[in-house]
Each structure stands twice: as structure tokens, then as C-alpha cells.
Design a binder for this molecule. Structure first.
Ligand SMILES: C[S@@+](CC[C@H](N)C(=O)[O-])C[C@H]1O[C@@H](n2cnc3c(N)ncnc32)[C@H](O)[C@@H]1O
Length: 311
């Protein structure tokens, strides 16, 4: 499977200092597929550090409208600052909302959007800040929430879930074959104190097994817990249901995913949308980042972009 890949280290500038260090993935390709119309209304479902939003906003003109969503209040604040510093003569109207993109149809009128972009997963700002608990290479709290007000935390999963349920989470959302062995080791060691401790427990549980893998042994388990904590796949399914409702005929949908579980949901939704006469697909095969982008930004290695037009 393809895991979300941040390389061995957190990306530069992504250490929770508030610096804008996130490098937008497939930026040019996403903007090209959105085919931005001056004066149009565009949704960035995953504002993050506003890299994609900024490029959209630059092309909209004063009659245009950019609507940005993010679950993470910190990302919204930084995205807002970045957009406010935008160096264009006449900026568009900008609305930023602290909400899951699962609820887009509650905020955006039906048939009103010329385009919708979703660049899924966590930003390097979130990933690279040990205090958010996403990093297995650093000591941080067992949190992993994108939304600081979210109900589920990694601590609940790691320290309180039944062993069988924990194994299922690790298997289902991490596609980790050794889920039972990992769950058993976690439950035997409880309480797990922090992310570094969790990572050690997983590594020790897998040490005796032969696996010449290029990824850290904790990668899949951390991904699984993060997906579960943030209900990422349910949110994505809800977004894919809402997209054809909020898009105008001719409106463009662009989704960038980072692992096979996400890509499958996008691919299936587009296929069903074509059958239902809602979309024509613009990317027969998903687009991937080129070598040069991968060298610059390890996170782009697992990216897949799919685009469609609302019919
Ligand atoms: C990969 S980053 C986006 C980066 C952005 N495109 C840029 O260029 O700076 C993904 C962002 O989406 C947010 N996010 C993830 N799932 C979300 C959801 N269900 N609803 C709203 N925001 C979400 C995360 O908090 C994160 O800030």
C-alpha cells in the first residue's frame, strides 16, 4: 500500500513555530484542472497553509469568492494571515470556515461553486509539530487530532480500546498485516506514555520479524490511528457525496489523495458519478508528482490527483 510519506524527518519549517513551511503538492496541476474563471466561486476544502488557496485567489478578481474550510483552528489562522498578505491589486471576497469538509453542503448553496479542491491528509505544519502527536520520531502527547476540539484522541485508542478493536483499526486503516501482534504488544505495555513510547513498542513488537521495508515500522500504525481519530475516510465519503450537489454544471472537482484507502474512495465516487450522469472524468489515470517535485518535497511521493467536471 502507499502510506502518506513525510520522509524520515519533518519537512523544513514545519516545527509548530507558526512559520509557513508547508509546500503545496501538485500545485500547478491542481490549478490547471480547476480551470479558474475570473469572478467565479471556488471552495478550498482543505485550506491548510493556504498554498493552493493563494493561487486560486490570485486568479479570481474582486467579483470572485474563495471559501476555505479547515478543521484545524491553527491552520485557519495561518491560512488567513497568508491570504491577507496576498499581493494582488483587487483581492476576491474570502470566507474561511472552521468546519469539516464533510459539512460543505450545509455552508455552500447547491449548484453555486465553479470549483472544489481537496488536498487531503495532514499538513507538514501539523505533522512536524511534536506537540500535535503525529510524529513517531519525536516525543509528543498521544493526540493526533486535526481539530483541537475533536472528540477522539490517540490516547483513547492506544490506552483504552479493546485489543481486538485496536487490531482492527490498525489493520483496516493502516493495511498492516501484523496488526494483531502490534495490538497485543500495546495492550501488554499500557499505559503508553507518548508517541515515542508507542513507536518503541511497535518497533520492538516487529523487530523479530524479517521485513526489509523502506518505511519505519510504526508508519502504518500511526497512519491507522490518525485516520481513525479524525474519521478521515467517513469525512471523505461525505465530501464526495456533497461535491456534485454544491458544484455548478461545468464546475470542476480536484482531489489530491495520499494513500490507497483515500484514492479508492475518490475513484469509486467518480465512477459512480459518471454512471449517474453527474461527472465526466478528466484524469483517466490519476496524476502523480514528477521526480523533481518528489526531490523537493518527499510528501508528494504518494500523491495522486483526480479531477472531474460536473455535467
Ligand atoms: C495537506 S493540508 C492542505 C494544504 C494546503 N492545500 C496548502 O497548500 O497549504 C490538509 C489540511 O486539511 C485539513 N483537513 C483534513 N481533513 C479535513 C476535514 N475533514 N475537514 C476540514 N479540513 C480538513 C487539515 O487540517 C490540513 O490543514
Amino acid at each position: 500500500m502507499a502510506e502518506e510519506d513525510f520522509g524520515d524527518k519533518a519537512p523544513e519549517g514545519a516545527h509548530g513555530s507558526g512559520q509557513v513551511g508547508h509546500v503545496s503538492v501538485l500545485l500547478k496541476e491542481a490549478i490547471d484542472f480547476l480551470a479558474i474563471r475570473r469572478g467565479g466561486s471556488y471552495i478550498d476544502a482543505t485550506l491548510g497553509l493556504g498554498g493552493h488557496s493563494l493561487e486560486i485567489a490570485k486568479r479570481l478578481g474582486p467579483q470572485g469568492h474563495l471559501i476555505g474550510f479547515d478543521k484545524d483552528t491553527h491552520a485557519l489562522e495561518l491560512g488567513r494571515k497568508r491570504l491577507a498578505q496576498m499581493d494582488v491589486g483587487e483581492p476576491p471576497r474570502i470566507t474561511l470556515l472552521h468546519s469539516s469538509f464533510a459539512d460543505i453542503a450545509r455552508h455552500v448553496p447547491p449548484g453555486s461553486a465553479d470549483g472544489l479542491l481537496a488536498d487531503l491528509g495532514v499538513s507538514s505544519l501539523q505533522f512536524g509539530d511534536p506537540a500535535r502527536g503525529f510524529m513517531f520520531q519525536a516525543e509528543g502527547p498521544l493526540d493526533m487530532r486535526m481539530d483541537p476540539h475533536g472528540e477522539r484522541t490517540a490516547d483513547q485508542v492506544v490506552n483504552h480500546m479493546r485489543e481486538e478493536d485496536l487490531a482492527n483499526v490498525i489493520y483496516e486503516f493502516g493495511e498492516e498485516r501484523r496488526s494483531r501482534r502490534i495490538a497485543r504488544a500495546i495492550v501488554r505495555t499500557r499505559p503508553i506514555r507518548n508517541t515515542a513510547h508507542l513507536s518503541q513498542v511497535i518497533s520492538a513488537a516487529l523487530r523479530s520479524m524479517k521485513h526489509g521495508e523502506r518505511i519505519h515500522p510504526a508508519t502504518r500504525t500511526f497512519q491507522a490511528i490518525r485516520i481513525f481519530v479524525n474519521r478521515e475516510l467517513d469525512d471523505l465519503k461525505a465530501l464526495m457525496e456533497a461535491a456534485p450537489i454544491v458544484l455548478k454544471p461545468g464546475g470542476r472537482l480536484v482531489v489530491i489523495s495520499f494513500h490507497s484507502l483515500e484514492d479508492r474512495i475518490v475513484k469509486d465516487a467518480l465512477r459512480d458519478g459518471v454512471k449517474a450522469g453527474l461527472y465526466s472524468v478528466l484524469t483517466k489515470k490519476p496524476l502523480a508528482a514528477g521526480e523533481e517535485e518528489i526531490d523537493r518535497n518527499p510528501r508528494s511521493r504518494s500523491a495522486k490527483l483526480r479531477a472531474a467536471e460536473r455535467t
